[in-house]
Design a protein around this ligand. Sequence first.
Ligand SMILES: CC(C)(COP(=O)(O)OP(=O)(O)OC[C@H]1O[C@@H](n2cnc3c(N)ncnc32)[C@H](O)[C@@H]1OP(=O)(O)O)[C@@H](O)C(=O)NCCC(=O)NCCS
Length: 145
Amino acid sequence: MKTVNTKLVGQLMIRPYRATDFKEVKQLVDKWYVSLFQDTHYAKFVAVKQGRIVGVAVMSMTLTTANLDFLFVHEQWRSQGIGTQLVRKVAFWAKSKRAEGLGVNSGIENKKAHAFYKNEGFKQVGKVYNFFSNSNWQLFFWKKV
Ligand SMILES: CC(C)(COP(=O)(O)OP(=O)(O)OC[C@H]1O[C@@H](n2cnc3c(N)ncnc32)[C@H](O)[C@@H]1OP(=O)(O)O)[C@@H](O)C(=O)NCCC(=O)NCCS
C-alpha cells in the first residue's frame, strides 16, 4: 500500500456542501457534473483549504451500496492526501447510512484513479459499458464499509 502524503491534512476541512457553495463549485467542476449539486437526492461534501473549496465528493445510495458518483480534487491540490480524506469521509457517511459497501465507477483509462481506489482498499468487482455519457468502459470498484 502506498503511504499517501497527508501532512497538510491538519488544515483541511471536509464538510457537507451548502447551497451557497454552488458558485465556487461551478468554477471547480466540469459543467457535466454541475447539475449533481442542484439535485437534492445526492449527498455532497466539499474539502476546504485556506478558505477555498479544493475538492468535492457526491454520493447516492442504491439498496445497500453507497455510490461515490463524483470525486474531484483541484489539479493544483492533488497528491496531498485530499482525495484520500474525501474517500474516508464518504466511507464514514456510507456506514452512517448503514450501507454494506461503497462503490465507484471509474473510466477504464483512468489508471491513476484505479491505483488510488485500490490503495484505499477497493477491489475491482465489475466492468460496465457507459452508453450514456462517453461510450466507454467503466471499471466498478467496491469496498466493504
Ligand atoms: C483521483 C483524485 C480524486 C485523487 O485525488 P488526490 O487528492 O490527488 O489524492 P491523494 O493525494 O489522496 O492520493 C493520490 C495519489 O495516490 C496515488 N496512489 C494511490 N495508491 C497508489 C498505488 N497503489 N500505486 C501508485 N499510486 C498510488 C495516486 O496515483 C496519487 O499519486 P501521486 O501522488 O503519485 O500523484 C484526483 O486525481 C482527481 O480529482 N482526478 C480527476 C478526477 C478523477 O479522476 N476522479 C475520479 C474519477 S472515478
